[in-house]
Design a protein around this ligand. Structure first.
Ligand SMILES: C[S@@+](CC[C@H](N)C(=O)[O-])C[C@H]1O[C@@H](n2cnc3c(N)ncnc32)[C@H](O)[C@@H]1O
Length: 325
């Protein structure tokens, strides 16, 4: 379904239905460990909190990726080449995208895909003012579900999937492989993937990024419960949960949890789910892979790193990935 949001652009709305979301929440809360999808972070409040997190001194990721982009923008633009169709997964505020689009020669079109509808519309409107000659087609969708972009991007356009922010690190390894396979199918043999990927490093650097001194990450994590309550009619008591983030290097990831601070029951869709004091819900994984481990995931789906740009500490990488020939 397409909804006009501007005289030049319209939204392709493939948002999941509330019933499907509710079913998914009920199911994931009953798994071991209990889980909530990290897409619930990004309602309007969550998107604003995330922007503030990006500016925190402890949150090295955004600063570092921007540093890489600023330093190597010419090379990146050269790799991508002229008239590329840019499809962005998890476009968020589009801060990095603005830099990328500026560096490109006559980009064919820009299709940001994000689940956070309000933020997506706001960003697409801003981009249309910033790049008045560019065809912009925002798509509100869950990028983990299959969706067809053939109506958005012509078959003969050279497609580049841009997936910055190390958002791919939120996926479990098997989901990452599935996502890489889907992106490969989307770009074909002529296209490429431009991927931001955070790398393994010491606990002292990683943990504070998810446990900041201003408690913004805690507010961001807890806000997911508020969002779930609003969308699915659940009755989570926000003040009865606490934020925790732990680095598990053996799994190459930080895990964000919400810990129940009391024995309690939560009602959802006519069911009641019991939480013991101290029990946790996993709300997010943020994988930080050593390069060679991620390379193995790429190889498993017939992809390879063609070019990689690093910051001076080698904390983060921006990778240009194509189908292996
Ligand atoms: C960590 S933020 C990154 C934003 C931006 N790309 C950056 O690098 O700063 C993740 C973005 O992905 C979006 N997102 C998270 N899960 C998603 C999903 N399942 N489908 C589509 N978008 C999703 C969020 O709404 C958010 O805008």
């Amino acid at each position: 379904m397409s909804t006009p949001i501007h005289n030049q652009i319209s939204l392709m709305n493939l948002e999941p239905a509330v019933d499907d979301l509710t079913r998914e929440v009920v199911q994931s809360l009953q798994e071991t460990p209990r889980r909530l999808s990290c897409r619930f972070f990004y309602d309007k409040t969550g998107a604003k909190l995330f922007s503030k997190i990006c500016d925190l001194k402890e949150y090295y990721l955004t600063r570092t990726e921007l540093q890489i982009m600023n330093e190597y923008l010419g090379d990146i633009g050269h790799c991508i080449g002229p008239e590329a169709a840019i499809i962005e997964f998890g476009s968020g505020s589009g801060q990095k995208t603005e830099l990328l689009l500026e560096s490109l020669e006559r980009p064919w079109c820009y299709a940001p895909v994000d689940i956070s509808r309000e933020q997506l519309i706001e960003m697409a409107e801003r981009m249309s003012v910033r790049f008045p000659d560019l065809w912009i087609q925002p798509v509100c969708a869950d990028y983990n579900a299959p969706f067809n972009l053939d109506r958005v991007v012509e078959a003969d356009a050279r497609r580049i999937v841009y997936f910055p922010g190390s958002t791919i690190g939120n996926l479990a390894p098997e989901q990452t492989v599935a996502m890489l396979g889907r992106m490969k199918g989307l770009v074909g043999d002529r296209g490429a993937i431009l991927l931001g990927l955070d790398l393994a490093k010491s606990r002292e650097i990683i943990e504070p990024a998810y446990n900041d001194s201003e408690d913004l990450t805690a507010a961001f994590n807890l806000n997911a419960l508020r969002h779930v309550n609003r969308v699915t009619g659940t009755n989570f008591n926000i003040s009865a949960f606490e934020h925790r983030a732990i680095y598990r290097p053996e799994h190459y990831r930080v895990e964000m949890h919400l810990i129940s601070s009391a024995n309690q029951r939560v009602r959802i869709n006519g069911q009641s789910i019991r939480f013991e004091k101290g029990e946790h819900i996993v709300t997010e994984y943020s994988h930080k892979y050593p390069l060679e481990v991620f390379d193995r995931l790429l190889t498993s789906v017939g992809l390879r790193r063609v070019q990689t740009w690093f910051d001076r500490n080698r904390w983060f990488s921006l990778q240009y990935i194509q189908a292996s020939t």
